[in-house]
Design a protein around this ligand. Structure first.
Ligand SMILES: [Zn+2]
Length: 65
C-alpha cells in the first residue's frame, strides 16, 4: 500500500508544497498515479508520480543486524 505525503519541500525555494490531489474514491493509490502539489511560497506546481516506495513511515525502516 502506498500513500503520498501531505506536504513536500519545494525544490526551488525550500517552502512547503501542499497536496492538491484528492485521494481516489476507494482510497487506494496505485504506482503511476500522479499527484499535484502547490508551493505556498512561490506558487510553483509540482507533479509527482507515485512509486512503490511512497509508503507510510513504518514501512521505510530497513532491518539492521
Ligand atoms: Zn516554492
Amino acid at each position: 500500500m502506498i500513500e503520498p505525503a501531505n506536504t513536500i519541500v519545494c525544490v526551488d525555494c525550500g517552502g512547503t508544497c501542499h497536496l492538491l490531489t484528492y485521494p481516489p474514491e476507494d482510497g487506494l493509490w496505485e504506482p503511476g498515479d500522479i499527484v499535484t502539489y502547490r508551493c505556498q511560497d512561490c506558487t510553483d506546481r509540482w507533479d509527482i508520480v507515485l512509486t512503490e516506495e511512497d509508503v507510510p513511515d513504518a514501512e521505510q525502516d530497513t532491518t539492521h543486524w
